[in-house]
Design a protein around this ligand. Structure first.
Ligand SMILES: NC(=O)c1ccc[n+]([C@@H]2O[C@H](COP(=O)([O-])OP(=O)(O)OC[C@H]3O[C@@H](n4cnc5c(N)ncnc54)[C@H](O)[C@@H]3O)[C@@H](O)[C@H]2O)c1
Ligand SMILES: [Zn+2]
Ligand SMILES: [Zn+2]
Length: 383
């Protein structure tokens, strides 16, 4: 089969690989019909993840058709159209039993923090991902679900990560009626976090980024106010001024480990890798939120030390909540929102590339070229 493979920082290409076999009676093999490139894939692409091996296939957002099932799979059959959450989870451990699907204890022998994620290096379990013609799906009765008849394939693929993660970002903010919410990052996750904040009763939603076309998207797609942080003297000061010097009630961090905006942090974290990630946007959240406010962090960070202003968080009495999104937990509510037209996840798709051109897709997404918000990948070359 054809599959995207990692060759080294900034280098990916499509190679021939064997079709993955069933390795366990609970496995399914899925023929991928549509996948996506996520902002998280860029951290891999830029070499930020510790145990990322040459030859690994990325891709944790995908939908497809069941090709084969193991002998103990009960709920899926060959031919079923399925959407697969980016978390691999067993469904029965201590954490899965509490809905913490992204923290499953049985799927990743390499780490005690994160669970398993498709195509996200050996740090996250070493599972090959779905930017390929076929992918192995463990615990096939637990994660995947059949795509409802009424759901578009492109909405379904966005419901495997970007949309639930943005929604989760707003949920972790514990937004109260009338709250001022500032979302840092106008990528897919930030856009969905902004849109979801309204659903949770926000009174004002402000999106911060430095890429104007993305801010334009945030105004149009999420009806948000926007600020380009390079066009104000100091974004924290700006946040204070617009909130009668109290600070926002809720700040949502949807940027992650490669945040721009402070040269030294970006250099030590993203370039020299002396920190587990650049905490620029996270520190802006801590500084911009009011005392006693909530900071929700869905941007991704590595496990190593980062210069986070924890003392300020402590002394302001902040509540900081964070996790990889437990996608499956978000689905019942999000399916209703999509079915009723409250959310149309595929509205953020800007690019559709055949698998064979995936290197170009990464280049465009990484450099934010050509108005890119969300690129989809079509393994069968259609679109
Ligand atoms: N928690 C989860 O489950 C989960 C799931 C998906 C993605 N993520 C993470 O969420 C983050 C965003 O993902 P995405 O797909 O939207 O990525 P993206 O790369 O498309 O978007 C990130 C945006 O942040 C902007 N940015 C950079 N520095 C900034 C700063 N200091 N302040 C404000 N904005 C800044 C960039 O210009 C870009 O528009 C990534 O770190 C990704 O790994 C987490
Ligand atoms: Zn992702
Ligand atoms: Zn589990």
């Amino acid at each position: 089969m054809r599959a995207m493979t990692y060759r080294g920082p900034g280098r990916v290409r499509v190679e021939e690989k064997p079709i993955p076999p069933l390795e366990h009676p609970n496995d399914a093999i899925v023929r991928v019909t549509c996948a996506a490139i996520c902002g998280s894939d860029l951290h891999l692409y830029h070499g930020m993840m510790p145990d990322l091996r040459v030859g690994h296939t990325f891709g944790h957002e995908f939908v497809g058709t069941v090709h084969a099932v193991g002998s103990s799979v009960e709920h899926l059959q060959p031919g079923d159209r399925v959407m697969v959450p980016f978390n691999i989870c067993c469904g029965s451990c201590f954490f899965c039993a509490r809905g913490l699907y992204s923290n499953c204890h049985n799927v990743n022998p390499n780490a005690s923090a994160v669970g398993g994620i498709y195509g996200y290096s050996h740090t996250c379990g070493g599972y090959d991902g779905g930017q390929a013609e076929f992918v192995r799906v463990p615990f096939a009765d637990v994660g995947p679900t059949k795509i409802p008849e009424w759901m578009d394939e492109e909405d379904a693929v966005l419901l495997t990560d970007a949309c639930p993660t943005g929604y989760f970002g707003a949920q972790l903010g514990d937004i109260r009626e009338g709250d001022v919410v500032i979302v840092f990052g106008a990528g897919p996750v930030g856009l969905f976090a902004a849109k979801s904040s309204w659903l949770m009763g926000a009174g004002r939603v402000i999106v911060v980024d430095h890429i104007d076309y993305r801010l334009e998207y945030a105004r149009r797609f999420a009806n948000a106010e926007t600020v380009n942080f390079t066009q104000v003297d100091d974004i924290v000061q700006w946040a204070k001024e617009t909130t009668e010097f109290l600070g926002a009630d809720v700040c949502i961090e949807a940027v992650g480990a490669e945040a721009d905006g402070a040269f030294f942090q970006h250099l030590t974290a993203a370039k020299l890798k002396l920190q587990g990630g650049s905490p620029v946007a996270l520190n802006w959240c801590i500084d911009s939120v009011r005392k006693g406010g909530n900071v929700s962090v869905v941007g991704a960070f590595g496990p190593l030390y980062s210069a986070v202003k924890f003392g300020d968080a402590m002394n302001k009495g902040l509540t900081i909540r964070t996790n990889q999104c437990p996608v499956k937990r978000q689905w019942p509510r999000l399916f209703e929102h999509v079915r009723n037209g409250v959310l149309k996840p595929s509205e953020i798709v800007t690019h559709r590339v055949p698998l064979d051109d995936i290197a170009e897709g990464y280049h465009i997404m990484s450099n934010k070229l050509d108005g890119c918000i969300k690129p989809l990948v079509y393994p069968n070359g259609k679109h």
